[in-house]
Design a protein around this ligand. Structure first.
Ligand SMILES: [Zn+2]
Length: 256
């Protein structure tokens, strides 16, 4: 009796979660109204530099991401002048749960549940509308850490953790990483080789039809880098050098 009740309860929870994910997917890729994206800045390393940077952040730091989505959506004839609206929310009191590098599948699943719990509990939206997608941006002092862990965007739970640099010189790069993780929450997949970081051909190239093929002047957002030659890749400086390729556009349902 108890066993059956427990199983019934578990199945109900699973059905609700599955239904929720399905609804989220429909809602975030229908492109009939602007998607509301919440940025939650955090001091990622407890440094004075990150503290200063986060305290001085304004919504103006993210308008390039809105412009990028508007420009690229227009290329795919999406009938929406502003596909995404980015809103800067107050910083949460605590850092999000972090995923240890090399975590097992089970540990990753547990971490993603904890992250969703954190996203629902640790955010202070007050009287403001809750966003459709929450991105926690952890700023780090580049003098302290020249490299930061991999950022993550989850379609299930519509939440992302982004590692960024607390330096105005890195603003362009930060916006690229935020846009990339935002794309993940919308269902886009990576288009680079995880071993070499090289863009995959053709889907990871900004202009795969270009002749000569190299150097590529533009990067594809889910590849994150542009190829200068068959063996050399470079990070773009800003979203002005980034496009949404047809494969990514299909994944986020800009083309059907
Ligand atoms: Zn990625």
């Amino acid at each position: 009796m108890w066993r059956q009740l427990r199983i019934a309860l578990l199945l109900t929870v699973l059905a609700i979660v599955a239904g929720q994910s399905w609804m989220d997917r429909i809602r975030t890729t229908s492109w009939t109204a602007p998607l509301w994206i919440g940025i939650y800045p955090l001091n990622g390393d407890g440094s004075a530099a990150a503290e200063r940077y986060v305290s001085a952040l304004t919504p103006a730091a993210f308008t390039d991401i809105e412009a990028f989505f508007a420009r690229e959506a227009a290329r795919y004839d999406v009938q929406l002048a502003s596909p995404v609206h980015i809103e800067l929310y107050p910083r949460p009191r605590t850092l999000p749960p972090l995923l240890a590098p090399g975590s097992s599948v089970l540990a990753t699943a547990w971490w993603s549940l904890k992250l969703r719990w954190y996203a629902a509990r640790a955010t202070r939206e007050g009287a403001r509308a809750a966003p459709n997608i929450r991105l926690f941006v952890l700023y780090h002092d580049p003098q302290r850490s020249a490299r930061v862990p991999h950022s993550l965007g989850l379609q299930k739970g519509l939440v992302g953790v982004v590692y960024a640099f607390a330096d105005s010189a890195a603003d362009g790069g930060n916006s690229i990483v935020i846009a990339h993780e935002l794309m993940h929450t919308l269902g886009a997949t990576d288009k680079y080789d995880p071993q070499s970081d090289a863009p995959l051909y053709p889907q990871g190239y900004g202009e795969p039809q270009r002749r000569p093929l190299y150097p590529q002047p533009l990067a594809e957002i889910m590849a994150g880098r542009r190829a200068l030659s068959a063996t050399q890749v470079v990070m773009p400086d800003s979203l002005n050098e980034v496009v949404v390729g047809p494969a990514t556009a299909a994944e986020i349902r800009w083309v059907r």
